[in-house]
Design a protein around this ligand. Structure first.
Ligand SMILES: [Cu+2]
Length: 126
């Protein structure tokens, strides 16, 4: 019983060893209404989704950049920040596109597709 507990808890902490870091960073990244502020420096940026992959997989933008998510697949996708970092296109229809505003605080913002959790990327704000 004790051995099993130790095994499962060590497996758990190994798998989640990055979470304390991300979690604390995320708490620092969540001013209450950041996503409602107008874009201060808007420039064109896009993330194209094709064959269940984000392209580019890593994108660097200035704070507050308006980013367009373009879905070139026949399945719907989303561009959704992990945690409370504050961007989510919600459902992007096949062949459609949706814009969202990048966070205004510098950092790396990992994101995923809500429908296909294996799809992931990182938006870097700098
Ligand atoms: Cu998807």
């Amino acid at each position: 019983m004790h051995v099993e507990d130790e095994l499962s808890s060590s497996r758990y902490s190994a798998a989640s060893s990055l979470w304390p870091y991300w979690f604390s960073r995320r708490l620092a990244w969540c001013p209450p209404n950041a996503h409602l502020l107008p874009a201060l420096r808007a420039s064109a940026a896009r993330i194209v989704i094709k064959e269940f992959e984000f392209s580019p997989n890593r994108l660097r933008v200035a704070p507050g950049t308006v980013v367009t998510g373009v879905n070139k697949d026949t399945d719907p996708h989303t561009v959704t920040a992990n945690g409370c970092a504050g961007f989510d296109t919600r459902r992007i229809a096949p062949g459609g596109s949706t814009r969202f505003t990048a966070p205004r605080i510098h950092g790396n913002y990992p994101y995923r597709c809500d429908f296909h959790q294996f799809m992931s990327g990182t938006l870097t704000v700098r």
